[in-house]
Design a protein around this ligand. Structure first.
Ligand code: DAH
Length: 356
């Protein structure tokens, strides 16, 4: 009987030693220990069989069992120490593999929106000319958007600008021109301001029309301001922005808040004046409507038109960005297209369109 139990004990011990030696991780070792040395393990079962021995054999067999148990526990402990050491060595190796002098991975930082970039450029030009940058509200009153700009309620000129009316009776400004009378009221003459901002029109969207776009209003009021001042500054502006002489044409234009009023067009830089979808095949892009401030508008702003004159312009900022960076379709600018534009190089290449 005893020799049979002894044989089993040998087998359990040999097996346990092997299992502990084979454990490749601390977790595997923990499981092996529970299996071999645990309460439901083979060793515990042999303890339960001591009573099968003769009384003389019990003592020595129990001793051998205890020895075997202690030896196995020691083996497990030894293996644990080995595994812990190699884990620490691996950690150390990894720590040593970290080279703090290596350059970090390149993180794409994104870039400023083309319209914002052009706005900054224009602001820069005008700040050098002594203009201040002001802002007006995007949700406007009918008074500032129309009335004070010499566009009374029944005037057909209201139809020129399809308007988003709000239920409150206010509206989303259709242009940045309401900033004119606001600036006159706030600062009084003499006055040099520009007012960049978002505008809204109830438009059918196509390659050159959006219901949300950006303009930059300009207003200069002083004694003896003339059309010569207006044209001089407009030309300077375009030259600064495009870093070259831009071909322009001036034609009469009707806007109720200026008299005389002009349309200043630039040669389309998408097609180089040949005619494309962006310029409606005309080769010209309306970019700078402008004129001499109408006496009525000066009066609305509390300024005496006999003493002061001024010019105003409403630069199409979105269009300017399109011309400058060769964006052939206005919808691209609101599309989340993240292709980077390389600033501040002049555009030369294939126009960016929606189809791409
Ligand atoms: N506010 C006009 C528009 O959006 C543009 C404009 C025309 C602005 C002539 C002006 C100006 O300041 O003088 O259609």
């Amino acid at each position: 009987m005893s020799s049979d139990l002894d044989a089993q004990l040998q087998a359990i011990r040999a097996d346990g030693e092997q299992v502990f030696a084979d454990a490749a991780t601390l977790e595997a070792l923990k499981q092996a220990e529970a299996r071999v040395l645990g309460k439901k393990g083979p060793l515990a079962a042999l303890f339960g069989r001591i009573r099968e021995c003769t009384p003389e054999q019990r003592g020595p067999f129990g001793q051998r069992l205890n020895e075997a148990k202690a030896a196995l526990a020691e083996r497990a402990q030894g293996r644990r120490a080995e595994l812990e050491q190699s884990a620490a060595a691996a950690d150390l190796k990894q720590a040593q593999a970290f080279d703090p002098t290596l350059p970090p991975p390149v993180v794409a930082r994104g870039s400023v929106h083309p319209v914002t970039y052009v706005q900054w450029e224009v602001e820069d030009v005008f700040e050098r000319l002594g203009f201040s940058v002001v802002a007006g509200p995007e949700m406007e009153t009918e008074y500032y958007n129309f009335e004070a700009l010499n566009i009374p309620a029944m005037h057909p000129a209201r139809d020129m600008q399809d308007t988003f009316w709000l239920t409150s009776g206010m509206l989303l400004r259709t242009h940045t021109s309401p900033c004119q009378v606001r600036a006159m009221e706030r600062f009084g003459p003499p006055l040099r301001v520009i007012a960049p901002g978002r505008c809204f029109r109830y438009e059918t969207i196509d390659a050159s029309h959006e219901n949300t776009f950006f303009q930059l209003e300009g207003l200069m009021i002083d004694r003896h301001i003339s059309i010569a001042n207006l044209i001089g500054i407009m030309k300077l502006l375009l030259r600064e922005i495009f870093k070259r002489d831009v071909k322009v044409r001036l034609r009469p234009g009707y806007f109720p808040f200026v008299e005389p009023g002009f349309e200043l067009d630039m040669s389309c830089s998408i097609c180089d004046g040949a005619g494309c979808a962006t310029c409606k095949r005309s080769g010209w892009v309306e970019i700078l409507p402008c004129g001499m401030v109408h006496p009525n508008v000066l009066r609305f702003g509390g300024i005496d038109p006999h003493e002061y004159t001024g010019f105003a312009f409403g630069l199409g900022l979105t269009r300017l960005a399109m011309m400058k960076y060769g964006v052939g379709d206005i919808r691209v600018l609101n599309s989340g297209d993240l292709r980077p534009i390389v600033y501040p190089e002049k555009f030369s290449g294939t126009p960016i369109t929606m189809a791409e």
